[in-house]
Design a protein. Structure first.
Length: 87
């Protein structure tokens, strides 16, 4: 990972559409989440983000490095009111 200065972080919605963001390994996830919400025209407060199979939301201060993500690791997007159903 040291030789790669950026990673792609795809986010998946309910219909399986993947939205890709190229970010530095040190970029905080809140920047990715804000960009996703803006692209989907959805208030950020209505969305939750989790790693596939995860039991907790990815937090805003976390980075690709702190989460242990590999390039192209998926992050699922859920509606805040229905976390058992992908957005």
């Amino acid at each position: 990972r040291e030789s790669v200065s950026a990673c792609s972080v795809p986010q998946v919605d309910a219909v399986g559409e993947e939205t890709y963001f190229k970010v530095k390994w040190s970029t905080r996830m809140d920047r990715v989440f804000q960009a996703y919400a803006a692209r989907k025209r959805t208030p950020i407060g209505e969305l939750r983000f989790r790693l596939p199979g995860g039991d907790r939301d990815v937090e805003a201060h976390e980075t690709s490095t702190s989460l242990g993500l590999e390039d192209l690791a998926l992050i699922d997007c859920f509606r805040a009111a229905a976390t058992d159903e992908v957005e």
